[in-house]
Design a protein around this ligand. Structure first.
Ligand SMILES: [Cu+2]
Length: 144
């Protein structure tokens, strides 16, 4: 009995947690997309829908799933925002998709997690999660 109960408990928590980490499937609806390209030694952030471009900074709405499309312009880097719990390698010529979800508005620090040269230790990233209204205001302010 004990193994069955233990497995049921693990799956009850594990399956929803695993699904929330997967990128969107076609037909799932509007998921905000952000393209992040790593360079030695900075992050180029691009919002394809609004054509906003940022460096070393990602603004997202909290409580909303974001698909981050990760690629590299030169060597292998790794996208890591510890408090948002995900880490994924970034390769030149290939795109990996990572789903980000911030449970609360706030500032989340990120760091390149793959040694990529002399500037690696300074390759930092800031994720700023806004409330929905604040995010919309920020997006409109950038568009003007
Ligand atoms: Cu690095």
């Amino acid at each position: 009995m004990l193994p069955i109960v233990s497995m049921a408990v693990i799956l009850a928590f594990g399956i929803p947690a695993g699904n929330s980490m997967l990128p969107s499937t076609p037909g799932e609806g509007d998921v905000l997309r952000v393209n992040v390209t790593a360079y030695q030694w900075h992050w180029d952030v691009h919002y394809p829908d609004s054509d906003i471009r940022l460096v070393d900074e990602i603004h997202i709405p909290a409580h909303t799933a974001i698909d981050v499309h990760l690629s590299s312009a030169d060597v292998i880097h790794s996208f890591w925002v510890p408090r948002l719990g995900r880490k994924l390698d970034m390769f030149p010529g290939r795109t990996n998709v990572l789903r980000l979800l911030a449970d609360a508005p706030g500032v989340y620090r990120g760091q390149c997690a793959e040694f990529c040269g002399t500037g690696h230790a300074h390759m930092k990233l800031t994720v700023i999660a806004h409330s929905n209204e604040d995010f919309r205001r920020w997006e409109e302010g950038r568009d003007e």
